[in-house]
Design a protein around this ligand. Structure first.
Ligand code: HEM
Length: 320
């Protein structure tokens, strides 16, 4: 798009017109103003295959099946009531995350942030969907057992929050002044005598800004999940409006992400617990964190390894 100096382009693949938009203002034209027209998904062999015949929600074309699935997810799985019900379980997992990283500190201090974050996300999602934390026995140190590792494939609900935290922390480790500001905010809101809770979130503006910046710098995918038009339309009057981060991060309109509340809670909690509970730094013998992206994707090429040291009063870590 940069090479062609354009914010919108059309590529013809056979008899399909694929329109690519790289500017938030024009994206709003498609996703807000003309949301009803662009609320379907393209049908193609790969979508049909991975969704077992469009039986999922995200890839289903607009219609009765998608409507039912979206209603079940929105009203039953991630409704405000269910979010409240899941509160205790999210807290348990936030405690488990601290316990897990604390155990790593006792064994040299090197933490695989991707593994820790994905396991935290996976445990919450399994508790929400299956009412169970582990498929197998789990591990002594609170980490994932092999059954969890096997299941934790590229599922958006697990990967999206953990990628944001991994990228955000990686960027911050290379810019320690950002880490300092975030931990100062956490110390003033939370103190060193307890662990950060969701009730602290409204006051953690700097930590939330770091999470937003991680999504801005490293969007979850190169392209949003494709939308498909259901009738002919003209996308005109391309008035450029202020970009909104929510539009970009979780989509908007009929096809927007129903997991916005849960996803946000998980991202902010991961950031807050890791930064509040531990002094994180670039591992010894490494000059800085390598910020290369995976080939053809937006995830970090190598899992983030951080060196962690407990920074709160010792009794705070006695959480089980
Ligand atoms: C940080 C976490 C997350 C991010 C950044 C994220 C982002 C997105 C984005 C960008 C879309 C596509 C929107 C569009 O097509 O315009 C989407 C769709 C979707 N997300 Fe999420 N998501 C997250 C977490 C979750 C969670 C926890 C759930 C679990 C309930 C979830 C369930 C879905 C579903 C079912 C769709 C398809 C919606 C549809 O096609 O109507 N997401 N998400």
């Amino acid at each position: 798009m940069n090479d062609y100096k354009t914010d919108i382009a059309c590529i013809r693949l056979g008899n399909i017109h694929v329109i690519i938009v790289s500017c938030p203002g024009i994206a709003r034209e498609f996703l807000i103003k003309q949301d009803a027209v662009f609320a379907s998904r393209p049908t193609n062999w790969s979508s049909e295959y991975v969704s077992l015949g469009y039986r999922t929600t995200a890839l289903a074309p607009y219609g009765e099946h998608w409507r039912k699935m979206k209603r079940v997810i929105t009203n039953e799985l991630v409704s405000p009531l269910k979010h409240q019900w899941l509160y205790g379980k999210r807290e348990e997992e936030a405690d488990n995350l601290v316990r897990y990283v604390y155990n790593k500190c006792k064994n040299g201090g090197l933490v695989d942030v991707r593994e820790a974050a994905q396991h935290y996300d996976g445990n919450i999602i399994r508790k929400l969907f299956f009412s169970r934390r582990n498929f197998g026995k789990g591990r002594e140190d609170g980490g994932p057992g092999f059954e969890e590792v096997e299941h934790e494939v590229m599922i958006a609900t697990v990967d999206n929050p953990s990628n944001a935290v991994e990228w955000g922390l990686a960027e911050m480790l290379n810019q320690p002044e950002l880490l300092k500001k975030a931990t100062e905010e956490l110390d003033s809101v939370v103190s060193k005598g307890r662990l950060v809770q969701e009730s602290d979130f409204p006051k953690l503006n700097y930590v939330k800004a770091c999470a937003r910046e991680a999504f801005r710098l490293h969007p979850i995918v190169d392209f949003n999940v494709a939308h498909s038009s259901m009738s002919d339309t003209i996308v005109a009057n391309l008035v450029l409006i202020e970009p909104s981060l929510n539009l970009i991060t979780f989509g908007t309109g009929r096809r927007s992400c129903p997991g916005i509340m849960l996803g946000t809670s998980m991202v902010v909690m991961l950031f807050a617990r890791l930064l509040n509970g531990f002094t994180c730094s670039v591992p010894p013998n490494e000059p800085c964190i390598d910020l290369s992206e995976s080939e053809g994707g937006t995830i970090k090429a190598k899992p983030l390894l951080a060196f962690a040291k407990p920074r709160l009063l010792p009794e705070v870590y006695d959480i089980r």
